[in-house]
Design a protein around this ligand. Structure first.
Ligand code: RB5
Length: 146
């Protein structure tokens, strides 16, 4: 399992916590920054993570900004990306089981590190259920062509 991870300045502290958890899980990480307090633009960090996931050079991605909103919207502009903004375990699991999400987004200003760790673990542990959900995901992805 290899993951790409990225954040803006408002998400880099939570990103560091998530990186710690992923390392404990012996997951290989491609860290696209940022690692500073200086104000940066979240699309610049969403793009390389989303592009790595879309290209298949990593299995999945995790993105963090202040709210998770800007960085998830940005990631979803990249073809092939299904980035889910989740601040609870139930949604994280459902985004994998039903929507086959390939990037998880969270907001550092919304969720604490302990809860974020539970969300990440639940998201990584949940497989896509396929079946009727596969038809819906296929329809959703076909919208990229419109
Ligand atoms: C940065 O101040 C903040 O706007 C950003 O991290 C994010 O919350 C945007 O959606």
């Amino acid at each position: 399992m290899k993951l790409a991870i990225g954040s803006d300045h408002a998400g880099h502290k939570l990103k560091a916590e998530v990186v710690k958890i992923l390392k404990e899980m012996e997951i290989e990480i491609e860290d696209h920054g940022c690692n500073c307090e200086d104000s940066v633009d979240y699309p610049d960090y969403a793009a390389p993570v989303a592009e790595s996931v879309a290209a298949g050079t990593v299995d999945k991605g995790i993105l963090i900004c202040g709210t998770g909103i800007g960085i998830s919207i940005s990631a979803n502009k990249i073809k092939g990306i299904r980035c889910a903004l989740c601040h609870d375990v139930f949604s994280a699991k459902a985004s994998r089981a039903h929507n086959n999400s390939n990037i998880l987004a969270m907001g550092e200003r919304v969720v604490g590190p302990g809860h974020a760790g539970e969300i990440v673990k639940a998201w990584l542990d949940t497989e896509f259920e396929g079946g009727r959900h596969a038809d819906r995901v296929e329809k959703m992805m076909a919208m990229e062509e419109k």
